[in-house]
Design a protein. Structure first.
Length: 109
């Protein structure tokens, strides 16, 4: 996938938000700083890219408080997580398509 041979692995954390953040962390670990930069420029969750400043970038305009977010393990970045489990699944699959992963390279269940 994208010129990198990665063995099959399962990512499963206690919550869908933590699983999503761990998946993003794995992408950055496997593909390096270029991936980190890319994920700060493209939609990763809903329409939001990763953020270094979630209190500003994930701000709810009505309440003036940040939407739910999680740290991406091993980075200084944060992932928008104010979505349902099924939306998180859809976001992961959409991200994989955007990144050019072959169909079926990532399975989300």
């Amino acid at each position: 996938m994208l010129g990198v041979d990665i063995p099959d692995d399962t990512i499963q954390e206690p919550t869908a938000a933590e699983t999503h953040a761990s998946f993003i962390s794995r992408l950055i670990t496997q593909f390096g700083p270029e991936m980190s930069g890319k994920l700060q420029r493209i939609a990763v969750a809903r329409s939001y890219p990763l953020s270094e400043n979630p209190k500003q970038d994930f701000l709810n305009p009505r309440t003036r408080e940040a939407y739910s977010h999680k740290p991406v393990p091993g980075t200084s970045l944060f992932l928008f997580t104010n979505t349902s489990t099924s939306e998180k699944r859809d976001d992961i699959l959409a991200l994989c398509r955007t990144l050019g992963f072959p169909s079926g390279a990532v399975v989300v269940s």
